[in-house]
Ligand binder design. Structure first.
Ligand SMILES: [Zn+2]
Length: 92
């Protein structure tokens, strides 16, 4: 966890144990920034797709997908529609 993130977490969680801490607007902003960090972290991850001998793609988020024809490139797939992460093709 970065120092920025732990600072935001401190502000977001301070009212729970510190009386008279940060004002509500500051706490709201800190919580929104933490949500944004979480979104960016998910977006920056990759979902690995591996094609088996029957043309079924197994995803690293635990799902399966089959194209009518072609593969990831031919179907212009950039993001996994199950987990939202960027798709990375893995050779079997
Ligand atoms: Zn996925």
């Amino acid at each position: 966890m970065s120092i920025a993130e732990s600072g935001l977490r401190y502000i977001a969680e301070a009212p729970a144990y510190e009386y008279g801490g940060f004002n509500p607007q500051t706490v709201r902003i800190a919580k929104a920034a933490l949500r944004m960090i979480g979104r960016l972290r998910r977006q920056n991850g990759v979902c690995r797709w591996r094609e088996d001998a029957d043309g079924v793609w197994e995803t690293s988020c635990g799902q399966e997908w089959q194209f009518e024809s072609g593969g990831i490139k031919e179907n212009h797939v950039h993001y996994c529609h199950y987990c939202g992460k960027r798709v990375k093709e893995v050779r079997a």
